[in-house]
Design a protein around this ligand. Structure first.
Ligand code: ARG
Ligand code: ZN
Length: 469
């Protein structure tokens, strides 16, 4: 568009609107049935540049995040998902107005409306104490620790530390740059780009993610960590970090997480090439679960009481394919993550001569009687807040095994590799997986998945399809 000399014309040119435009507010959500206000309509983010300062002594987080995006409709305003107090927002260099609709849902109104398919540079300056702000449901997933904090959770964590389009359907690349006091470590995803001294004697930690990443898979870990960088046999950078307070669990944590490149190599034989540019793991006492944060899962130290536990490592690394590269379209599709991650534990166990996947599946099937409420969870539609029910994992993995028995090993691994290759860095729903499986195997599979994923009750032994051992 030509730049005209009037002031109004100049603003029009910068925001790309025209006289015939019909701008409208961007939607407050992307339409996820479980979380209707997650994500936002009207724009698509390509990159987050997150620059923050965090003080572990006070929990004060001061930051500036630059969002690079492109509009997907004519916008009079758009929303961002964020919980900390905002100091200012600029859109393409012009100051914008903000108003908080509900906790976590902020409407940004630029001085002129935005045309469709325009570049947006949104700079948000903010400051607050993440542990003091609650989401609309009254929850807070920020984890303050004695020596730092963890931004690690699923499905919601981003809005406690950076403004975003907070839904897995809008992936982006990231630069995360974190200033902390001297002697404190600040960890995130991807490649470590070094530390620099700041003018006041604090230290800036720089991290870079160059593959598309969902917002919930971006993490921040601040505290006292022992950092171990190395190089994988495939040449990729590996960076592991262990909390300095792991105590007796430290050796087992290291003996497990240090095998990350070996587990990645095994999973590549099952699913195809590792989809990301770096590897690693972080072990902390500050959380009660593990999360498949992209390139670098974060593990609770509670997974490593004496003796190695590579099961959890195989689980979180399998998610790099199932969850991180190929992500849910909506949160109801969570079986595509947890069913396959649990099943990957069984494949890894078989590779480690700890029983075959078929034996393990039989054990999981047998150990719960038909009356167990476990069998009442519909793993293909578990319901809001029930995405991580144990049945999504265990019955979910049994579903994978039943499907493998039905199509045979050659089809099974061909389907999984084709799924990964065709959906790489994208989003998918359960029904698309079933369609691909039917197409490649040439077998009708609707009834099998209906039984295992969408019907209450314990399936019959025949439905598992194991032959006698
Ligand atoms: N995806 C994680 C895993 O199975 C589970 C996260 C559970 N979330 C939570 N807030 N507990 O590895
Ligand atoms: Zn999992």
């Amino acid at each position: 568009m030509a730049v005209v000399a009037t002031a109004a014309g100049l603003v029009t040119a910068l925001f790309g609107t025209s006289a015939s435009a019909a701008p409208a507010p961007g939607a407050a959500g992307v339409g996820d049935a479980y979380y209707p206000t997650d994500g936002n309509g009207g724009y698509d983010v390509s990159h987050y540049n997150i620059r923050i300062t965090y003080n572990p002594a006070t929990d004060l987080l001061t930051g500036s995040t630059t969002i690079l995006a492109r509009s997907t409709q004519e916008l009079s305003s758009f929303n961002i998902d964020f919980l900390l107090p905002i100091k200012s927002v600029r859109v393409n260099n012009f100051p914008a107005r903000t108003s908080t609709v509900s906790p976590g849902e902020v409407t940004v109104t630029p001085p002129a409306s935005i045309g469709n398919n325009q570049n947006l540079t949104v700079v948000v300056q903010y400051e607050g104490k993440p542990s003091t702000v609650k989401d609309a449901a009254g929850a807070n997933y920020w984890k303050k620790t004695p020596d730092g904090a963890l931004a690690v959770d699923e499905p919601h964590i981003a809005k406690w530390w950076f403004p975003s389009n907070d839904h897995p359907t809008d992936k982006a690349t990231y630069d995360v740059s974190v200033v902390v006091p001297q002697g404190v470590e600040a960890l995130s995803n991807g490649t470590f780009a070094g530390t620099t001294q700041t003018l006041n004697g604090w230290v800036r930690w720089n991290w870079r993610t160059t593959s598309p990443q969902a917002t919930y898979l971006a993490f921040l870990a601040v505290g006292q960590f022992e950092i171990r960088p190395s190089t994988a046999p495939n040449g990729q950078p590996v960076l592991n970090a262990y909390g300095e307070d792991l105590g007796a669990n430290g050796p087992a944590a290291r003996a497990s997480v240090e095998r990350t490149p070996e587990v990645v190599e095994f999973l590549e034989t099952q699913y195809g090439p590792y989809p990301f540019e770096a590897q690693g793991g972080v072990v902390s006492t500050g959380l009660g679960f593990a999360l498949e944060t992209q390139t670098r899962p974060v593990y609770s130290s509670a997974f490593f009481p004496r003796g190695a536990n590579t099961s959890v490592v195989a689980h979180e690394l399998a998610h790099q394919w199932f969850g991180d590269s190929v992500s849910v379209r909506s949160w109801r599709d969570i079986w595509l993550n947890e069913g396959f991650a649990r099943y990957s534990e069984w494949l890894w166990a078989e590779n480690q001569a700890e029983g075959t996947a078929a034996e393990i599946a039989q054990y999981y099937y047998d150990r719960r009687p038909a009356e167990d409420p476990f069998w009442q969870v519909v793993v293909g539609e578990p319901g809001t807040g029930n995405e991580f029910n144990i049945a999504v994992y265990d019955r979910g993995a049994l579903a994978v095994h039943a499907f493998r028995n039905a199509v045979g090993d050659e089809n099974f691994f061909k389907i999984l590799k084709t799924w990964q290759a065709t959906k790489k860095y994208g989003n998918a729903k359960i029904e698309e997986f079933i369609a691909l499986a039917e197409r490649i195997s040439g077998k009708p599979l609707f009834a099998l998945f209906q039984t295992w994923l969408f019907t209450k009750g314990k399936p019959a032994a025949d439905d598992l399809g194991n032959t006698a051992f």
